[in-house]
Structures are given as C-alpha cells and as structure tokens.
Ligand binder design. Structure first.
Ligand code: FMN
Length: 224
C-alpha cells in the first residue's frame, strides 16, 4: 500500500471480526513501527501485546469497575476540553456521528453506556497493544514520541488488512493490565491500540471523521 493511500484510508475501527491475528503479523507491524522518530532517538516506548484469555480477563475487570462506578485513574493526564471551545465542539460532533451511525438516540442512557463499555472492551478486538513508557521520564515528555509510534503502528497494520483504534479508554484502569501481566512499577501505562480485522458491516466503521480545511489551520509566509 502506498503511503498516501495508507494515510487517507486509516480511520478508527470500532467493530472487529473475532478472527485471531497471527503473532508473526503483529511482530512485523511492531518491527516496522519501531522505525518511528523520537526525541534524540530516545525511543521511550515498550509494547505489551495482549490476546485471548489474558485480554478477556482485563476487559471483564474493566467492565466490572465501570459498572461499579469505580473512578477512572489513567497513569497520564487525559486532556479535558473547555466547554464552548472548538475542541469540545469537535468531540461532540464525532460522538454525534458515531451515535447516529449506531442508531443510539441522545436520550438513551442505557445504549450510550453500552457503547462506552465497548471502548473499555477494546471494541472486542482480538488484540490490544498497550504502550508503556518509563517513569524516569517526565509525564508529558515522551508523549510526542509515543504519538509518532502509535500512528506508525496504525499505518503499518493496514498493509495486513488490519484495522486499529487508538484508545484512552483501554488504559483507564491500568491496574487491571498490571494484574494480568508483568509490568514493572518503573513503567507507565500510556495508551492502548485495539487491533483486528475490521467488521465491514459494523455501522460505526462507516464513520469518516471530519477535518478542518487546510486554509483554516495553515499560515504561509515568504511564498510568491
Ligand atoms: C490519544 C488518542 C486517544 C483516543 N482514545 C479513544 C477512545 O478512548 N475511544 C475511542 O473510541 N476513540 C479514541 N480515539 C480515536 C479518536 O476518536 C479518533 O482518532 C478521531 O475521532 C478521528 O477519527 P479517525 O481516527 O477515524 O480519523 C483516540 C485517539 C487518540 C489519538
């Protein structure tokens, strides 16, 4: 797949086929993704790849806590969006489009809660990649580098017909991941990526999230 096609066709996938993803394919994706740039080549990332029973155990615990009203406590700051800001408006718009596609009415709290749960279940993807960084680094310091590697993972996955969804929701109860697998205290759980073969029939996968036009976000100086 050429790079333009990959960048244009990548989108968040929130409905997956149950088909397992071979480990060799995941290895190829992560092997390629480690070519991502990082500040002074610090490569402040490590990957935990989860599937099968261990992933199931984590999702069950996530759901149990979510239903029980346990406060989320990610290990890095999750941005809030000031109300009345353009950022909040964009967030509301993308959520509105997803709920429209899924046929979830605004006032249907039960269905909205069920949708929220799907996020905490990695959208039932057969694989979740958890990205860790080192606590020796400042909390925000490695985030740009991790952004680069996570986009590279998502693009590399396309070559194998795989879909991805980068997810804060998957790391809202990091202790569930820590209890299921061996993550040293010196590592910080930053973000998750759900990976699997896209379910083409799943309505939310039809979402084409909007972008601001170029002329609204670029200033040019010194050109003819
Ligand atoms: C850091 C980060 C965290 C995200 N967390 C979630 C999440 O928890 N749940 C979710 O459904 N999508 C999540 N997304 C996906 C965004 O909603 C999505 O990228 C955005 O709406 C643009 O849509 P696209 O990826 O289809 O282009 C996240 C994306 C990023 C970059």
């Amino acid at each position: 797949m050429d790079i333009v096609t990959a960048i244009r066709s990548r989108k968040s996938i929130r409905g997956f086929k149950p088909d397992p993803v071979p480990r060799e394919i995941l290895e190829q994706i992560l092997d390629l993704a480690r070519r991502a740039p990082s500040t002074m080549n610090t490569q402040p990332w490590e990957f935990v790849v989860l599937t099968g029973e261990v992933l199931q155990k984590i999702t069950q615990e996530n759901v149990r806590k979510l239903r029980g009203g346990v406060m989320i406590h990610p290990e890095h700051v999750i941005t809030g969006w000031p109300s009345n800001s353009v950022f909040r408006a964009r967030q509301v718009e993308v959520a509105r489009r997803i709920f429209d596609l899924m046929g979830i009415p605004r006032e249907d709290k039960e269905k909205r809660a069920a949708w929220m749960e799907r996020g905490f279940c990695y959208f039932d993807a057969p694989v979740a990649v958890i990205i860790l960084t080192d606590r020796a680094l400042t909390e925000a310091g490695p985030l740009m580098d991790i952004g680069a590697v996570m986009q590279t993972i998502c693009l590399a996955a396309l070559e194998h017909g795989l879909g991805t969804c980068i997810e804060d929701q998957g790391v809202m109860y990091p202790e569930n991941i820590r209890q299921a697998v061996n993550i040293p205290e010196s590592k910080r759980v930053v973000i998750s990526i759900a990976i699997g073969y896209p379910d083409k029939e799943f309505p939310a996968n039809r979402l084409e999230s909007p972008r601001e036009p170029l002329d609204k976000i670029v200033s040019w100086y010194g050109f003819e």
